[in-house]
Design a protein around this ligand. Structure first.
Ligand code: NAD
Length: 481
């Protein structure tokens, strides 16, 4: 029996089966989560479907509810942050920031303007474009930011008038279960339901007849399965998938300033950010200096248990991901790369990996070409800037990228050539609730955040009120003459 419960139709619900949740700082199971049964999933979707009929009707109530959710999040930070740290691994400070970030997202959407757009207002007609909710949303999230990414979906979905069934990653189910349980006091029954389980539960959600949209964040591989599962029922999908973000350093950059900033853009959340810097291109003239600054940062950063207030980075979240980072780093070292600092797992329990800077490697090495999603960064030398731009774009990924240099006009001109959803100049990971976030190519379909993200939880309706005496449309009359 777990103290963590699912929320279905406003009720706290346990399950016959449970699964273990591992603390990545120890590698041991520390808690259990309910394994949602098929009939419980059906009940969650049915309760969301019933709640939709009322929830869609009053936008003012929905805005108030979103502000109430933000209050619950902030008031519960003391309870939620240790849960995030225990199941995800990140330091408590970062867990708190994640919770306050989720609250800020709710407040932003609570206040986002949604007025209909008037496209014609004359003697013949008043024509408006209105946005209607889709119905029930199936939300599926990954393990790197379990709460923040949940509210990137829940907040806009609710404002638009939809109801939600959310399934967190089986590696980090507890914080989502707890927060949705706490939200039940602030929301009508069935508006937000949380279920927990493995990948099979995700697949059952995407093929379920009730949801009209799947909002998914996770890997490219799973994203493609979600798109396939959605197709027979033409469910709408938003897919936020993986990335292999390049950072291009220009030859007029200050290596110390840029090296430190790139370290932060690559190693925040222990490198487990879809849009973290995953490979760095540096010109010959600055290569050694930038590598040295990055290596100094990596050697100085304090890695440890997230409950230790000294820790700046925690462990990698889960065993498969830990094994993957180990494999990619070992492959690079076997293929001629040098670990200027780090290079392997730390000699302690849990999934701790040394912050690693790799030099002397190029495209064609797995860790440059694939998404490592962990604390290891390849630094690649370039001779020609045009070539660096071509190599940056020579990938199926297209989430984000950054360009670093003193001449901002030149850096912007280079950034404009990056094929990605977000192009940063002299920074990386600059995100805001008002800013659309999404990927090109295999990094995703659609965007989250801002008015663009909100619109993905709606469908457009042309709302046409005739003002002619006989209901004729002058333009159509002209065309059929
Ligand atoms: P994942 O694809 O393995 O799992 C994500 C979620 O999908 C989990 O809840 C999982 O249980 C569920 N799932 C698995 N198989 C499914 C199926 N067949 N149908 C439906 N759901 C299924 O990803 P992950 O390992 O949890 O997360 C890491 C990946 O997420 C990385 O590639 C990272 O880049 C990406 N990510 C992207 C963004 C973004 O906004 N673009 C943000 C964070 C993470």
């Amino acid at each position: 029996m777990s103290e963590f419960v699912m929320s279905i139709g406003g009720e706290s619900v346990s399950a016959k089966e449970t699964f273990g949740v591992v603390n990545p700082a120890t590698g041991e199971v520390f808690e259990r989560a309910p394994e949602c049964a098929r009939d419980q999933l059906d009940a969650a979707f049915e309760s969301a479907r019933r709640a939709f009929a009322t929830w869609r009707s009053d936008e003012g109530d929905r805005r108030k509810a979103l502000l109430g959710i933000a209050d619950v999040l902030m008031a519960s930070a003391g309870e939620l942050a240790p849960i995030i740290t225990a199941e995800q691994g990140k330091p408590l400070t970062d867990a708190n920031m994640e919770i306050f970030g989720a609250a800020i997202w709710c407040q932003y959407f609570a206040n986002l303007e949604t007025a209909p757009e008037v496209i014609q207002d004359d003697d013949s007609a008043l024509v408006q474009v209105v946005r209607r909710p889709l119905g029930v949303i199936a939300a599926i999230t990954p393990w790197n930011f379990p709460l923040l990414l949940a509210f990137w979906k829940i907040a806009p979905a609710l404002l638009a008038g939809n109801t939600v069934v959310i399934k967190p990653s089986p590696f980090t189910p507890l914080s989502t279960l707890k927060v949705v349980e706490l939200l039940q006091a602030a929301l009508p029954a069935g508006v937000v339901n949380a279920v927990s389980g493995g990948d099979l539960l995700g697949a059952q959600m995407t093929s379920h007849p009730v949801p009209r949209k799947i909002s998914f964040t996770g890997s490219v591989e799973t994203g493609k399965k979600v798109a396939l599962a959605a197709a027979p029922d033409l469910k709408r999908v938003t897919l936020e998938l993986g990335g292999n973000d390049p950072a291009i350093v220009l030859d007029d950059a200050d290596p110390v300033v840029v090296g430190k900033a790139i370290f932060s853009g690559a190693f925040s959340n222990n490198g487990q950010i879809c849009s973290a810097i995953k490979r760095v291109y540096v010109p010959d003239s600055l290569y050694d200096e930038v590598v040295e600054v990055l290596a100094d940062c990596a050697a100085a950063v304090k890695v440890g248990d997230g409950t230790d207030s000294e820790s700046q980075l925690g462990p990698i979240n889960n065993l498969p991901q830990f094994e993957r980072v180990k494999e990619l780093v070992a492959d690079a070292l076997n293929n001629g790369a040098t670990a200027v600092t780090g290079g392997g797992a730390m000699d302690r329990p849990g999934y701790f990996f040394e912050p690693t800077i790799l030099s002397g490697l190029s495209d064609g090495t797995r860790i440059v070409d694939e998404e490592q999603f962990g604390p290891a960064l390849p630094v690649v030398k370039y001779h020609s800037l045009d070539d660096a731009i071509v190599r940056s774009n020579a990938t199926n990924f297209g989430l984000s990228g950054s360009v670093w240099g003193t001449d901002v006009v030149r850096a912007s001109a280079v950034a404009s050539q990056l094929e990605c959803g977000t192009a940063w100049i002299n920074t990386h990971l600059g995100l805001a609730p008002s800013q659309p976030f999404g990927g090109c190519k295999w990094s995703g379909l659609g965007v989250e955040n801002g008015k663009w993200g909100l619109s993905e939880f709606t469908e457009v309706q042309a709302f046409y009120q005739s003002r002619t005496a006989d209901g004729t449309n002058p333009l159509m009359a002209l065309l059929v003459e």
